[in-house]
Design a protein around this ligand. Structure first.
Ligand code: MG
Length: 345
């Protein structure tokens, strides 16, 4: 018999985290366990405000998912189980991801292999993770750049207010490549295009979600003229969105919490490649549990932005490591994590 259990936790940021959508000092997560014959698979839901989930919605969903899990006898029927979990209701993508991750972890542990090996991926092909710099005063930004000194690529949040000052501040201390995330913060496509040219001159690799997700036609125009790759984040959540991104963006940011987990993320990568879309694997503000699950897929990605655990005070799990920012996947089974037991007391 499989059993699903779960536990809500509030993670604290090391410093208040500001993006175009607002500032937060804490973020809610829910840890999940699926037990089966003495083995435990670990999962995690993390809920950024813009997706509309919170502790209450996730736990209410997981109470229903618990019944689905309880009546399944074969954990290897991943497709069948997760289809039934998906059909419990619309949305709830982080709650669904927490079940998907725990089930993948469990199955990997039953067969004694990590998922990157089960998918036959070459773990030397992992990209470097970016290191995130939130929107802040120049002093704090310079300090953050210093803290991220061992990372090879920075990810910089912009919001259309002090964008040039932020980039210039970073360029006053480092020339390393930058990935930019606007979180829908630019509203005028002509101004956006000028900004893309300005950024191109400053060693920027790509720009994520420059325009509001509802403004598809401006985004299509911007991508057609852009000197830099444009990447969909808020505009692309699940598998059904992937083909709609063709011609609107150059690539997509896949996050387990948006797309319901590892099973669908793998399918999204396959479909993105068929449509010549670039692939970024991202994360939310979450622990090494969910991030280690996402990391299993990164040998398939062009870029990765999975530094979530570095932004929070207490990482409840040990898992994926970064060497100078390069993602290092372990040979531990499942998603390759261990609980830091002291934090669970
Ligand atoms: Mg983003």
């Amino acid at each position: 018999m499989m059993d699903l259990s779960f536990m809500p936790v509030t993670l604290e940021f090391k410093r208040p985290f500001k993006i175009a959508a607002g500032t937060r000092s804490t973020t809610p997560v829910v840890f999940t366990n699926i037990t089966f014959h003495g083995l435990v698979g670990y999962g995690e839901a993390s809920m950024p405000p813009y997706l509309g989930e919170d502790h209450q919605t996730v736990m209410s969903f997981l109470n229903k998912a618990k019944k689905v899990i309880a009546h399944h006898k074969d954990p290897f029927d991943i497709e069948g189980i997760l289809l039934e979990v998906d059909q419990i209701g619309n949305g709830n993508t982080a709650a669904k991801a927490s079940v998907d991750i725990a089930l993948h972890d469990l199955v990997g542990k039953i067969v004694g292999k990590p998922w990157h090996a089960l998918w036959n991926l070459d773990k030397t092909k992992t990209p470097y993770t970016t290191y995130t710099i939130g929107i802040d005063d120049a002093d704090v930004i310079r300090q953050k750049v210093e803290e991220g000194a061992s990372y090879k690529i920075l990810k910089v949040k912009l919001d259309g207010v002090n964008d040039k000052e932020i980039i210039s501040t970073i360029r006053s201390v480092t020339g390393k490549p930058i990935a930019v995330d606007v979180n829908q913060g630019w509203n005028d496509k002509e101004v956006a295009l000028e900004m893309l040219h300005w950024l191109k001159e400053r060693n920027v690799l790509f720009v994520e979600q420059p325009m509001p997700k509802g403004d598809v036609e401006s985004m299509r125009w911007l991508t057609a003229h852009s000197p830099l790759p444009t990447i969909a984040d808020e505009s692309c959540q699940r598998l059904v969105d992937v083909e709609k991104m063709k011609g609107v963006f150059h690539g997509i940011n896949i996050k387990l919490m948006k797309c319901t987990g590892m099973l669908e993320a793998y399918k999204m990568i396959t479909l993105a490649r068929k449509n010549n879309l670039k692939v970024l694997i991202g994360c939310m503000s979450e622990t090494s549990c969910a991030v280690s699950a996402a990391a299993q897929l990164t040998p398939l990605a062009d870029w990765a932005d999975i530094d979530g655990p570095l932004l929070i005070k207490q990482d409840y799990f040990e898992g994926v490591r970064f060497e100078e920012g390069k993602i290092v996947l372990s040979e531990s089974a499942g998603i390759g994590v261990k609980r830091r037991e002291a934090l669970f007391k």
